[in-house]
Design a protein around this ligand. Structure first.
Ligand code: PMP
Length: 288
């Protein structure tokens, strides 16, 4: 596999970064996870825009234009002859000294990994997930805004560890006041009668690109979409629940904290949205 690293495509064995890179020393950097389907990159420009926004907020100047970065993503897929792929785009503060002062880092590190997509097991989509809410609270936006898709994912990793320790694959994280935020790497949606509800960004969630796509699709499926503060009670009494993310797409949730959700099986609205989403991945996207 060839990896793009600071201006060149190199063999993966040569794609190495310094131990003085602040991406490694401090998690000082930003990233995106992107997917391609059958030779088309899904929501490429949305991902590039979000990367630039994350970088702008942390005052990290990406050393190229959006158009050039988009071209490099396409090239990464072409040189690796990939049609269905997962692409990881990373920009770190670069090499500095042992202090955290970003001014010491003269040049950002940019790399792009394009790899075969490792799909989640089919069983997950057929049977749905069982989740738990965990005690680790999602970062408060006032301290570290989850809109910054940064290399520091410890908050999410701590939530994930808690779920794993309890025998679950994924966790639902709550805000400091106990409202539902998101899972450790996916957004969450509730279907209740004809409404599709999801927590608003200000509660402390990443504005997921799949989340945005599903919100757009829902309108065409007789669902009224609203951002709303949700409690655990709202989750337990939902008709259907599903998660969204670039890698996972749309995953049904059938049990939370031991409570059965709806019928306990993936529901009809979830299935309709999954079908519409798959259709969109086949026809939308940027060719390369
Ligand atoms: N929330 C978090 C914390 C994430 O890291 C991600 C992306 N993996 C998502 C939600 C889903 O976002 P997207 O649909 O843009 O992949």
């Amino acid at each position: 596999m060839k990896v793009y690293l600071n201006g060149k495509f190199v063999d993966e064995s040569k794609a190495l970064v310094s131990v003085f890179d602040h991406g490694l020393l401090y998690g000082d950097g930003v990233f995106e996870g992107i997917r391609s389907y059958g030779g088309r990159i899904f929501k490429l420009h949305e991902h590039i825009d979000r990367l630039f926004e994350s970088a702008h907020t942390i005052m990290l100047e990406i050393p190229m234009t959006r158009a050039r970065l988009a071209e490099l993503v396409k090239q990464s897929l072409r040189v690796n002859r990939l049609r269905d792929a997962y692409i990881r785009l990373v920009v770190t503060r670069g090499v500095g000294d042992l202090g955290l002062d970003p001014r010491k880092c003269k040049r950002p590190t940019v790399f792009i990994i394009a790899d075969k997509i490792s799909l989640y097991p089919k069983k997950l989509y057929d049977e749905g997930l069982s989740l738990i809410t965990v005690a680790t609270q999602r970062n408060v936006p006032e301290a570290l805004n989850p809109q910054i898709k940064s290399l520091n994912y410890l908050n999410n990793i701590l939530g994930k560890i808690e779920a794993i320790n309890a025998g679950y694959e994924e966790a639902i994280m709550l805000s400091a006041s106990g409202y539902v935020t998101e899972c450790t790497g996916e957004n969450i949606f509730v279907v209740k009668r004809k409404q599709l509800l999801t927590p608003p960004p200000y509660v402390g969630v990443l504005r997921g690109i799949t989340r945005g796509t599903v919100m757009e699709l829902a309108a065409g499926h007789d669902l009224h979409v609203r951002e709303e503060m949700l409690t655990r009670h709202d989750l337990y009494n939902a008709d259907e629940i599903f998660l969204t993310g670039t890698a996972a797409e749309i995953v049904p949730v059938v049990r939370i904290d031991g409570r059965k959700i709806g019928s306990g099986r993936p529901g009809p609205a979830t299935k309709r949205l999954q079908a519409a989403f798959h259709q969109m991945t086949k026809t939308g996207g940027v060719r390369y």
